[in-house]
Design a protein around this ligand. Structure first.
Ligand code: PXP
Length: 244
């Protein structure tokens, strides 16, 4: 199997910085270390309420970090304008509710098909790779295809939160979703809630080409350091894929 791409989400370096309102720890410093740690891209979510990553952070990532930048954002006019101005390598469109603690479910592509088709078109025209963050539901994947997005990111949160039989069932849904992506010609990514253990069966799905992982890695970084934490994830992914 091919080496899997690892996007490291640095949102929670910004969460820690913002707890004191100063400039430390700097999420851009983490972004600079991703390559050395074996990561392939920097991922950051500019939320409507700017609770962690700020406008200045995304400007600096785009300007100062020599890695592909995957900007996660809601399908709003404000975010579209920011993306068209800073031109990240990729945009992952996510649903957003102000009161949620994190992104709790996938986009309702079926319910917003016309809006999303119009929303992604200028991004695609600007050469930005667009993915839609969706639950592994066949109807959502088929709608993502119709919208014209070349990629989807399967929401792994329900799988990660489940235990026992329910987790097995969620893993089967992810596996079927990944297979359907391939059949529809969609590039398949996955992310949310992944850690060193639960990532293994997801990384073993051959259709998945990219994972985006944040909270767990930043948490581990507190104990072992950022580079060792990300490097361990890289080792696990390479082990699962049989890459030396
Ligand atoms: N992918 C998407 C689309 C997300 O919104 C998030 C969380 O911002 C992640 C991946 C990373 O999730 P986690 O921080 O739980 O690893």
């Amino acid at each position: 199997m091919r080496r899997i791409r690892l996007g490291v989400n640095i949102d929670h370096v910004a969460t820690l910085r913002n707890a004191r309102g100063g400039s430390h720890p700097d999420p851009i410093r983490a972004a600079w270390l991703i390559r050395e740690a074996g990561g392939d891209q920097v991922t950051a979510h500019l939320r409507e309420d700017r609770r962690h990553i700020t406008d200045s952070d995304v400007e600096r990532i785009a300007r100062e970090v020599d890695l592909p930048f995957n900007l996660e954002m809601a399908a709003t006019a404000e975010m579209q304008a920011i993306a068209l101005r800073i031109r990240p390598h990729a945009c992952c469109i996510v649903p957003e509710r102000r009161e949620e603690r994190t992104t709790e479910s996938g986009l309702d592509v079926v319910g917003q098909e016309a809006h999303l088709r119009a929303f992604v078109k200028p991004l695609l025209d600007a050469g930005i790779r667009v993915s839609l963050f969706v639950d592994p539901e066949p109807a959502q994947l088929e709608a993502a295809r119709r919208v014209g997005a070349p990629c989807v990111e399967l929401h792994t949160g329900t799988y990660c939160n489940a235990t026992g039989e329910a987790r097995e069932r969620e893993l089967r849904r992810l596996a079927e979703g990944a297979r359907l992506c391939a059949a529809l010609g969609l590039e398949c990514h996955a992310g949310h809630g992944l850690d060193y253990d639960n990532v293994r069966p997801v990384a073993a799905l051959p259709e998945v080409v990219e994972l985006n992982i944040g909270h767990f890695l930043i948490g581990e970084a507190i104990f072992v350091g950022f580079v060792p934490a990300v490097r361990r994830m890289r080792e696990i992914l390479d082990e699962v894929r049989g890459v030396s």
